[in-house]
Design a protein around this ligand. Sequence first.
Ligand SMILES: Nc1nc2c(c(=O)[nH]1)N[C@H]1C(S)=C(S)[C@@H](COP(=O)(O)O)O[C@H]1N2
Ligand SMILES: [Mo]
Length: 508
Amino acid sequence: MRERWSQHAAAAAGGVIAAGTALAVGYLVAAITGGPWPVDAVGVQVIDWAPGPLKDFAVRELGTADRPLLRLGIGVVLAAAAATASVLGRRRPRVAVGIAFLLGLVGVGFAGFSRSAATGVAERLLPAIVTLVVAVVAMALVVRRPRPRAEQPAGFDRRQFLLTVSALAVVGAGSFATTRVVSFGTSESARTKVRIPRPADPARPLPAGVQADVPGVSSFVTPNNKFYRVDTLLQVPRIDPDQWELRVHGMVDKELRLSFRDLLDRRLVERDVTLTCVSNEVGGPYVGNARWIGVPIADILAEAGVRNGADAVKSTSIDGLTIGTPLAALTDGRDALFAVAMNGEPLPFEHGFPVRMVVPGLYGYVSATKWVVDVEVTRFQDFSAYWTDRGWAAEAPIKTAARIDVPKGFASIKPGPAVAAGVAWAQHRGIRKVEVQVDDGPWQEAELAAEDTVDTWRHWTFRWTATPGNHKLTVRATDADGTTQTDQRTPPRPNGSSGLHNTVVMVE
Ligand SMILES: Nc1nc2c(c(=O)[nH]1)N[C@H]1C(S)=C(S)[C@@H](COP(=O)(O)O)O[C@H]1N2
Ligand SMILES: [Mo]
């Protein structure tokens, strides 16, 4: 009995290794061809199918952690299936191979129709097909019956089994390591090699005093590695800038195709712009401020010649995600950019390398297309974009908002002179005033830090005298148009959260 169980366990492990090997080889092929890894093809489809509230929840609560979690979830299901197949295969090898084939086929199916950066049918399907083939072969090897030998009549040849799974594990680990080292190394160096020319129109140096002098307040410029990230991808695209091309077409006089070099050779401007995600809850973290270098989108559109009647630009990222932006926001003189640099370096892969859009004043999902490859001048009535198909508003200017960074919620502080500080934003309008209310007291004006531009957030500081007990601090901002934030709480969907951020401090 014990013998049987250990053999079952060995068979299960063998099945998992067979599946792992197939996925590792598929991963290598995906890296070489640029096609989707079957796990990610399934994952992206799960994301696209996920009901809105679940997706919102995942974005909000897990941030970017939902990506590894989703991959892990798919991996666990696959491992369980492979283990079961392999255990069954001890008696019926064909069943095990059949299951491996079917699982592989599911991968090929998803690779065929999930959103993906791959354009050609071959590159799109190759990783999944190779995964399928390796899965079938590996499973067949793991469950194969030993050659009958006189000295060992039992149906299990330990030595043969161990050799098989070790060989598979070596192939799998080798493929995985090769992918990480070779492919990631190559794309890494393609990015480091990029030299962003000095912008013809540089940003003015940050004015003194933009940063509130209070420990714990957000850094005025958000470092790239701390910048929030929101997208729907499992695998960050690693585009070779030499292969990248931007197509500008639709309601234009002249269709354009621009290489990365073409873009760098144009007039580059440098601007500070604060990005905000529509999914950001009141007081939430999905806002960041960076210094961008890029080509004004208006310049490119002027070159293409926009026809009368157009009111929108539909941009598409390399993975097929679409974003719709009002044409007016790209041509009304604000600094809407095809950005190539973020805080003094080429865009990080996660933030859209080699080129993304940045449009002051609009939430990211209607403007900030990362890994952008296609721009179509069109009309809102003629298309719908990825997020608008999922219940978000087609047009979404950023709502005025303020956040308390310090004190943190439920911080305990000493009675006496106390300080609160944070950020407020109303991109492209600017912040005129920030006020703080202690408990139900009167609204008192906070001290505003220097303004960088109307497209960036603004720090504020509030000094008060803390008395023992619990106190609630509430903040509200007024934009330069004179409009004060509403205290009516609404959730992020469909066009951004509203309501006032507050925080409770314990004074003792
Ligand atoms: N290709 C692509 N671009 C995208 C998205 C995406 O999912 N895919 N998400 C958008 C959203 S919702 C936001 S808020 C910003 C976030 O940009 P960041 O990740 O650089 O902070 O990118 C936008 N651009
Ligand atoms: Mo967003």
